[in-house]
Ligand binder design. Sequence first.
Ligand code: ZN
Ligand code: ZN
Ligand code: ZN
Length: 174
Amino acid sequence: MEHLSRRSTLLGGLALGIASVFAVTGTASAVGVQWGWRYCRDCKGLFYGGAGNGVCTADGNGHDPSLSGDYGLEYAYNPVPADYQSDWRLCVRCQGLAYDSPGGVCPSDGERHSTVGSYDYALYHGSGYPWRQGDWRHCIRCQGLHYAGVTPLGWCPAIGRHSTQGSLAHRLLS
Ligand SMILES: [Zn+2]
Ligand SMILES: [Zn+2]
Ligand SMILES: [Zn+2]
């Protein structure tokens, strides 16, 4: 009996994991959440782990998701709520999240990120939803999103370490 109930719990969890995109009800329309985003322990950036590990600033190899949980990004808000910032996109070369592309500096080749075909992701920066993880910041040099709750900050593909200057305080679903 106990075994059966544990098994059905496991299957339920599995089904949730496979349903990587689902609708969320709210005041704004056409919202989806895409899971599978990861924290990189090397560059401290956020990247999408559903298509390999991309290219990391720290060593030119793939990002390292070994310390990461599963992060979900909301996309396709219409209209975009006041406490969200849209225009975040997936770079198909480094697999990182990049703001207001084309722009920034991609660790794959030092040129701009390439975000053709990406969803338009919107990041929350309000004070609600206490279960969300804070300390995520925009870097004005590379246009990437990085976790600033660690010291020192991660290496930036533009120069030195990522900057938190002028960034909103983003809080992610995890
Ligand atoms: Zn990385
Ligand atoms: Zn890139
Ligand atoms: Zn940076």
